[in-house]
Design a protein around this ligand. Structure first.
Ligand code: NAD
Length: 340
């Protein structure tokens, strides 16, 4: 197979797999389809992928396994021999990590270790994996740059994602395995995640219920449209990490290395106030929201803003969809999916 994509029943994994199939690539997807949120939407995404592969004739197989199960993942690698690997399976979500840290250890630490080993022995050309803007944690130096230090995570989710970056570096160093970490900034769009704000707000506004708005609405977020994320993921995966010849061990840059290792932000580079995002949603729905203002929640960072100059330099691309367009596309999808 050209690509192995983990998390293909998930939000970003679905869009990324779809993009690869549409351009004729062969893909094996790995997703256990867990019940962290509505399984129905994951099954519907998988059905869409079956339809795309039937239409395009692209070779596609879905392996319904838990990648924390080492033998099961090894069997998938043995059978499908992927050339490149994109890791989008994870236990996601900031707030849930305060409730159930063990789920993050299983998927983000054990699953990721199994994936590193399979990539090592499978001699994979490039492993690209999801990290998150949450790794910037307590840092308030904006925009967030890959060259900043990221040693102050403020919740366990971010700690496990930062661990992935460090684990990947050790494999890039020891086995000269090209790895690239991709720090996504608040992703939204059609086929989105029911546990995320846009989905929750849409459901509540349509039901005439008040929406909970934390930090009294004072958040800003670098909201990034999902198709732009998928485009960035595919471009980066096709451009394997190489050692940085200018890397200075006496003054080590955290974003690169003398090993084939890199980290990139993928964000819109345009921070938007949460109230502006809600305004775009009200416009798209044609309905006003009733707002329940609440204090900042534990584990939430107040603001995010991505410096994407490194992404631009590497693959000549930066996300650019404005929230008004992206939110309207989400609402169109939501209305047709739920028939409301
Ligand atoms: N959506 C965002 O705003 C955002 C922001 C930053 C980073 N990320 C990261 O991007 C990646 C994709 O996120 P998403 O929004 O598509 O999440 P998602 O929850 O929709 O997708 C993750 C998928 O992984 C699968 N999965 C989880 N654990 C598994 C396991 N042990 N074995 C097999 N499959 C498993 C789930 O069933 C799910 O379908 C994740 O790593 C997430 O942490 C997402």
């Amino acid at each position: 197979m050209d690509y192995l994509v983990t998390g293909n029943a998930g939000f970003i994994g679905y869009h990324t797999t779809r993009k690869l199939l549409e351009r004729g690539n062969s893909v094996v997807g790995v997703d256990m389809v867990n019940d962290y949120y509505d399984v129905g939407i994951k099954e519907a995404r998988l059905k869409q992928l079956d339809e795309v592969s039937a239409k395009t004739g692209s070779n596609y197989h879905h392996a319904r396994i838990n990648f924390a199960d080492r033998a099961a993942l090894e069997a998938v690698f043995k059978e499908h021999k992927p050339r490149k690997v994109i890791n989008l399976a994870a236990q996601a979500g900031v707030r849930y990590s305060l409730e159930n840290p063990h789920a993050y250890v299983e998927s983000n630490i054990i699953g990721f270790t199994n994936l590193l080993e399979c990539c090592r022995y499978g001699e994979v050309e490039h492993l690209a994996y999801a990290s998150t803007s949450s790794v910037y944690g307590a840092n308030t130096n904006m925009p967030f740059s890959e060259h900043h230090g990221v040693n102050h995570p403020i919740q366990f989710y971010a700690a496990t994602k930062r661990a992935n970056e460090l684990m990947a570096h050790s494999y890039s160093h020891l086995f000269r395995m090209p790895t690239t970490g991709l720090r996504f900034f608040t992703v939204y769009g059609p086929w989105g995640r029911p546990d995320m704000a846009l989905f929750l707000f849409t459901r509540k506004i349509l039901a005439g219920e008040p929406i909970p708005v934390f930090n009294n609405g004072n958040h800003t977020r670098d909201f990034t449209y999902v198709s732009d994320i998928a485009e960035g993921v595919v471009r980066i995966t096709d451009n394997p990490a190489a050692p940085n010849p200018d890397w200075d061990a006496a003054n080590p840059d955290p974003a690169t290395s003398n090993a084939p290792f890199r980290i990139f932000n993928i964000g819109n580079n345009t921070p938007v106030k949460l109230m502006t995002y809600i305004g775009a949603l009200q416009d798209a729905l044609g309905k006003k929201a009733e707002i329940d203002f609440l204090p900042l929640q534990d584990g939430d960072v107040p603001d995010t803003y991505a410096d994407v100059s490194e992404l631009m330099a590497a693959v000549d691309y930066k996300p650019a969809t404005p929230v008004e367009t992206g939110v309207a596309n989400f609402v169109d999808w939501y209305r047709s999916y739920y028939n409301v």
